[in-house]
Design a protein around this ligand. Structure first.
Ligand SMILES: [Zn+2]
Length: 74
């Protein structure tokens, strides 16, 4: 389970669900028949939640990303 904020540069300990934002991911491994896939939980504290989010990359690995409010068009 979650013990601290998912932001690697933030050490806020996890205390309450009502604070910050909780993310739940159910990983799906392609080509695998493993029925015991682990559900991943990530939590961002109330300081990080407005400016960061958690996304799953192409390999199925969740990672913390900062939210860009003024992201230029690619
Ligand atoms: Zn934080």
């Amino acid at each position: 389970m979650v013990s601290k904020c998912a932001n690697p540069s933030c050490d806020t300990p996890f205390h309450y669900f009502r604070e910050g934002k909780l993310f739940v991911f159910e990983p799906h491994e392609r080509g695998s028949s493993d029925l015991f896939l682990r559900v991943e939980h990530f939590w961002l504290c109330e300081c990080c939640a407005p400016s960061m989010t958690i996304v799953v990359d192409a390999g199925g690995h969740p990672r913390v990303e900062s939210v860009q409010h003024t992201r230029p068009a690619a």
